[in-house]
Design a protein around this ligand. Sequence first.
Ligand code: 3SL
Length: 241
Amino acid sequence: MKLFIYHTPELTPTDKMPACAIAVDVLRATTTMATALNNGAEAVQVFSDLEQLMGESEKWPADKRIRAGERGGAKVDGFDMGNSPLDCTPENVTGKRIFISTTNGTRALQRVQNSPIVLTAALINRQAVVEFLLDKQPETIGIVGSGWEGSYSLEDSVCAGAIAHSLLTKTGISATDFAGNDEVFAAMALYLQWENQLHQLLKSASHGQRLLRLGVIEDLKYCSEIDILDVLPMQREPGVL
Ligand code: 3SL
C-alpha cells in the first residue's frame, strides 16, 4: 500500500490514476456529503455546472430531490440549500437525491473520478475510510485536497494527515515504504501537531476565516469533529456517490 497526497486538484496527476482515490473537502463539501448519506440520502450527485445540475435534477421527482449549491461560501439563489452539513438532517434528506455543486470540492472529485475506486473523506468519517482501506489494501491510494481556487488549504491537509497517520499506525508498514511523496510526511506532521485542537486549526485556516465572516460558526465546529460518522461515501458511477 503506497499513499500519495496532492494538495489541490491542479497538483493531481491525471495520467496514472491510483487504485483508490479519495477526494477531501473538509470545509465543507465532503463533510456535507458524508452527513447527507449518513442521514439517509438516497445518493449525492455532483456537478460543476449549475445549469447541468438544474437539467438533470429536473428529471427527478420534485419530492425526491434536493438542489444544493454553493458559490463563494453562500447558497446559490433559488436552490433548496447551500453547502451546510447541518442542513442535512434526517428530516430533510431521507430518501432524497442531493444534486450538489460547490466551488472546490466538486473539482477534486471530478479530477479523480476515473479511478477504479473513488471515495470522499472528511474528518467526521476519517476512520470509516481508514477501515475500508485496511480491508481492501489497494496498491496505490491518492488523496486529493480541494484547496481553494487552486491554492493549498490547511483543513484538507490535516485530514489527509489524519488518514495517513491512522493507516500507517495500523499497518505497521515503514513510513518510507508507505509514503509515495513528501506531502505524506508533511500532512502527518501537521495532524500530529494539531490533533487535539482541530477546531482551532480550522478557525485559523483561511477558508475557516472566510466562513466565520459569513457567520457559519456551528458548521466550522461540526466539520472539525473527528470519527463521529461511520459512513463511507463511494462513487457508484461517475459523479454519483
Ligand atoms: O469550495 C467548496 O467546494 C465548498 O466546500 C466551499 S464552502 O465551504 O461551501 O464555502
